[in-house]
Design a binder for this molecule. Structure first.
Ligand code: SF4
Length: 322
């Protein structure tokens, strides 16, 4: 494993809620509630969980699109919330995003060349001629023919639009890409093409990815390590192979059981997760998963389990394992 390019330390993001509780006190939505993890150079770290678990807020915090309530994010050892203007500008070059829905994130009235070249223009890099050359090189890099340069984004299929989104993210030659559900809006066959493209680009350009997804089967395909999030907290982190062959946290086990079987005629005799994720406003006391956990004990309702390092590199927050 390379060096830690990102170190997230006890990160929190609470949003104020307008209503007050019965004691007249202000309430907070705890979107991210004390998460810590590292991302190593050249790896793909998956961040998985159901919708509403805090994945997308984490994405905004990692890119400093929002201020954290508390905690730190170190990028190559520098706290991104304490960077000066010059350092922050350099960070904005180094860390880029690929969004879930390429159609929503691209202006359909813009031509492909303009969409991909806009970051270069915003940052005042090169002149018209060199920017055009750079954009054409990026298009080739992601498998888009040069003749698409003058065409509009709305003329393209989802997979091609995601290639445009990836080319745009690469324009400033980043080292870190945070990809938020980058293939969720695509057909399965196109998903594989985009995942393979991302893997290929990672090797060629020495990129590090944080790959956010609700879909464990996609995460299995591309990530070296996986962090499982539940209600604003990370409940388990492990190498992908280890996590899939030996999931420990009851929530991870339930997510695994929810992966559709390749043969739908096979009856799935598994303990599939029931119920909704509780509200992050007034989340459950103790272990956040205790309201849905089949193994919940008395201690789980009152005491939050600490994150422990287990055998085979699992980091785990569960009272079942000491
Ligand atoms: Fe279940 Fe308790 Fe473990 Fe939480 S701490 S996952 S409630 S067993």
């Amino acid at each position: 494993m390379g060096e830690a390019i990102l170190k997230i330390d006890n990160l929190r993001k609470y949003y104020p809620v307008k209503r007050q509780n019965s004691f007249g006190k202000s309430e907070w939505l705890k979107a991210v509630d004390g998460i810590s993890f590292e991302v190593y150079e050249g790896e793909t770290l998956g961040l998985v969980g159901e919708s509403g678990c805090g994945k997308s807020t984490t994405r905004k915090l990692l890119l400093r699109l929002e201020e954290a309530t508390s905690g730190s994010i170190y990028f190559h050892g520098r706290d991104i919330y304490r960077m000066n203007r010059a350092e922050l500008k350099a960070f904005r070059h180094e860390a880029q995003v690929v969004f879930q829905d390429p159609y929503a994130s691209l202006d359909p009235k813009w031509k492909v060349g303009k969409i991909i070249g806009e970051p270069l223009q915003i940052h005042g890099i090169g002149n018209r001629k060199t920017r055009r050359e750079k954009v054409l090189a990026l298009m080739e890099c992601v498998g888009l023919p040069a003749e698409y340069y003058e065409r509009y984004a709305h003329e393209f299929s989802g997979g091609q639009r995601q290639r445009i989104g990836i080319a745009r993210a690469l324009a400033l030659e980043p080292t870190l890409i945070v990809a938020d559900e980058p293939v969720s809006a695509l057909d399965v066959s196109i998903q594989a093409q985009i995942l393979n493209l991302m893997k290929d680009l990672q090797k060629r350009l020495e990129l590090t990815y944080v790959f956010i997804s609700h879909d464990l089967s996609v995460v299995k395909h591309i990530c070296q390590r996986v962090a499982v999030m539940y209600l604003g907290k990370i409940v388990e982190i492990a190498d992908t192979e280890e996590l899939f062959s030996n999931p420990l946290h009851p929530y991870t086990v339930a997510l695994m059981n929810a992966i559709p079987l390749p043969d739908p005629t096979l009856k799935q005799q598994l303990n599939v997760l029931e119920g909704e994720v509780p509200s992050p406003i007034n989340p459950p006391t103790g272990c956040p998963f205790h309201t849905r956990c089949p193994h919940a004990m008395d201690i789980c309702r009152v005491q939050e389990p600490p994150v422990n390092m287990m055998q085979n590199g699992h980091q785990l927050a569960c009272h079942l394992y000491k």
